[in-house]
Design a protein. Structure first.
Length: 259
C-alpha cells in the first residue's frame, strides 16, 4: 500500500484498493476485510487490528505500508460515476487512462468489460474490473451436499460477465449442491439448487405500503435472502441503505414508510 489512495466515502473492502500477494485463498480472504474510513487517513495499527481475525482462518499477514496512508474521496471519480450508472454497490476499477469524455456502450450494465473514452476526436476502449464479495467453499463439496455455515466463508472476487454471484453467506445456506465444487472455489448460484429470492447485487423492486397507498422504487440488494428473510437494499436514487423483507423473487418490502 502506498502513502495515498483514492477511495469511495464510508468504507470499502481491502482488496478493492490494495495489492495483495499470496495464495488465491489467502488473498481473497484478506481482500474481503472491510475498512471503515474515519476521517482522511488509515493508520497502520488500525489495519493490523482489522486483519487480526484472519489468524483464526490460518492466514498469516505481513503488511507493507507507511505508518499513515492518506485517503482521498473518490466521490467524483470515473469509477464512482460508473458504479452509479450501473447501480453497482461495490467498486468498479478502471484499467487505463480515464481522461476524456465518457461514452457508454449500448446496453451497458454491471459486468460490462469496457467503456469508451473520447478525447480530441479519438475514441478508445478502457477496460473495467468489477469487484464484489463472493462466497468460497472451504472444502470439497459433492453433489447433493447441503451448504452449512461451517463449510463456506466470505471472500472478495470479481464479477466477470453478467452472471449473478452470491455475495453473502446467507444466500447459500441450506441449499444443495448440484455439481461438484473444489475447495476454495467461488460458489455460483447456478451450482446450487433452489432460488434465494434475492441475490446480493441484484436489481430489485423496493415496495412500501402505507394504508391503501403503495410506493415503489428501484434498489440494489446488498444482501441476498429467501422469501421472508430480512435484507439490506440500497435505494439507487438516494443511495440510502434500507432494510426490508423479501416478499417475492426480486421484490423487497420496506416497513415504516421510508424508502
Amino acid at each position: 500500500m502506498g502513502s495515498q489512495l483514492t477511495a469511495r466515502d464510508g468504507g470499502w473492502h481491502l482488496g478493492e484498493y490494495v495489492s495483495i500477494q499470496g495464495s488465491r485463498r489467502d488473498a481473497m480472504l484478506a481482500g474481503a476485510v472491510w475498512i471503515h474510513v474515519r476521517g482522511d487517513e488509515i493508520r497502520r495499527e488500525e489495519l493490523v487490528y482489522l486483519l487480526s481475525p484472519l489468524k483464526g482462518l490460518g492466514v498469516s499477514v505481513r503488511l507493507e505500508m507507511p505508518r499513515r496512508v492518506r485517503v482521498i474521496s473518490g466521490a467524483e471519480s470515473l469509477e464512482a460515476r460508473l458504479a452509479k450508472l450501473s447501480r453497482w454497490p461495490w467498486r468498479v476499477e478502471v484499467l487505463g487512462d480515464p481522461s476524456g469524455e465518457l461514452e457508454l456502450p449500448l446496453g451497458f450494465r454491471d459486468g460490462y468489460p469496457f467503456v469508451y473514452m473520447r478525447d480530441r476526436g479519438q475514441r478508445r476502449k478502457v477496460s473495467l474490473r468489477w469487484h464484489q464479495p463472493v462466497v468460497l467453499a472451504r472444502d470439497v463439496m459433492k453433489r447433493g451436499d447441503v451448504v452449512s455455515r461451517e463449510r463456506v466463508v466470505l471472500g472478495l472476487g470479481e464479477k466477470r460477465g453478467f452472471e449473478e454471484l452470491p455475495s453473502s453467506v446467507d444466500e447459500v445456506l441450506g441449499r444443495r449442491v448440484r455439481t461438484p465444487v473444489r475447495a476454495w472455489a467461488v460458489l455460483r448460484g447456478s451450482w446450487l439448487e433452489g432460488s434465494s429470492g434475492v441475490l446480493g447485487g441484484q436489481t430489485v423492486e423496493l415496495v412500501c405500503r402505507v394504508g391503501g397507498v403503495s410506493v415503489s422504487a428501484v434498489g440494489r440488494s446488498v444482501d441476498g435472502g429467501r422469501v421472508g428473510d430480512r435484507v439490506r437494499v440500497m435505494n439507487v436514487q438516494t443511495r440510502a441503505i434500507v432494510t426490508g423483507v423479501v416478499e417475492a423473487p426480486g421484490v423487497v418490502r420496506v416497513e415504516g414508510g421510508d424508502l
